[in-house]
Design a protein around this ligand. Sequence first.
Ligand SMILES: C[S@@+](CC[C@H](N)C(=O)[O-])C[C@H]1O[C@@H](n2cnc3c(N)ncnc32)[C@H](O)[C@@H]1O
Length: 469
Amino acid sequence: MRRGGWPDMAVAAPALCRYLLLLAQEHLEFRLPEITSLLSLYGGQFSSQQEIHVNSPFWILNIPSEEMARGLMKRTVCAKSIFELWGHGRSSGELYASLKSYPVDKMLPYLQSDSTYKIHIHTFNKTLTQAEKIKKIDALEFLPFNGKVNLKNPEHVFWILEDYGMDPNNVPEEPIDLYFGRWIADGQRELIESYSVKKRHFIGNTSMDACLSFIMANHGRVKPNDVVFDPFVGTGGLLISSAHFGAYVCGTDIDYNTIHGLGKASRKNQKWRGPDENIRANLRQYGLEKYYLDALVSDSSKTIWRKGMLFDVIITDPPYGIREATRRTGSQKETVKSAERSTENHIFISSSYHLSDIFFDLLKFAAEYLVMGGRLVYWLPIYRPEYTEEIIPRHPCLKLISNCEQMLSSQTSRRLITMEKVKEFKDQDQNSYSLDGQYMPYKGHNSFREKYFSGVTKRIAKEEKDNQK
Ligand SMILES: C[S@@+](CC[C@H](N)C(=O)[O-])C[C@H]1O[C@@H](n2cnc3c(N)ncnc32)[C@H](O)[C@@H]1O
């Protein structure tokens, strides 16, 4: 799918330089909001003259400086590498012509006789033989390379990147796009492994995957010294990525055992949580303990905070009622019928916190407690057959920035919603829905659990039927 008319795709100002971004082919929808958010964090904006192929691993960016390119790569988990783009074409002839028109004075500092270099070939959707690679490198001998080749530890690395399209069943003989550039920096993909939940000290049933946690912090534009809050903190998976980027982190959860690292373990082969399985220990595991403010046992439906703008970013994964209950505290009287008085929970918990109320309360909380320009990033579960953009919860103080889908099953998904506070919260915004129907909570979210399980039940029934055939 080619897509033009992107929000900030202004025609590039002459001072902008061309860079090539090589993106990972994972979480495709999340990539543009990540790159756009990070560029805006560094004072830039997403700008490309290229008609961007949304799902392509190659995007040409026009940004003002190498410093901004390096800043972007210190944060992104969606992009693998960035290059100063020296040439681009739809055929090798076009690439060579483009390289010949690249200003020589911009090339020469990297091609000096006392320097070392290497040329690397990267292909997408095709594997080349060594002989084919060498032929392509040799064809670039018209470039004034004066330095010595050093394959192990070169000062400068140049890349030929070839795009053979998106269809693995229809790979063209020749690439559809070719690029040549000077490597500048790699992104932060290694964080996905080093912060993997599999190796984490304290985990729960719904601990957030490391890659998505970093994407959330990037969509939220978390920056050093920010205060980041997760009102449904669980095991603190979302605090870790923010702390990695230098923000001070805190959270609340209704579950006493989770906050205090007690109760049943989520790992196979382990019955009870160990003595130091808690959020603080998770941060300590990554050398981030100094960024930990605290985590409190508290019900998000009842605010405990003093009035005022307190948080720079709110990042959260509210309960959907699938692997954890959606619940809130209630008075003994309120809960006498439905509630369980649990010595483990230490508080009265009713089970009637509807999803629509959770999201309504979350937006209201963000509108009131975020700083101006601060962001709310959260997951919204969706029953896909009923999805339209209208069901995304709104608030007059919050502007929708991005909305990316992650599939859970053929019928259900969750959407990562990013909103930004654009208007100061006034008392009348408490009940925004009574002023304007567009802010009415959408009640359809409430039946997500039933719809999710009806899908699961149908699938199991189908699998059983298929097995009997
Ligand atoms: C999807 S989990 C969050 C997981 C977390 N992101 C992590 O990495 O572990 C949702 C959490 O919300 C908590 N929760 C449910 N209802 C709540 C409420 N009313 N107030 C605060 N927390 C609540 C649950 O106990 C659960 O830990």
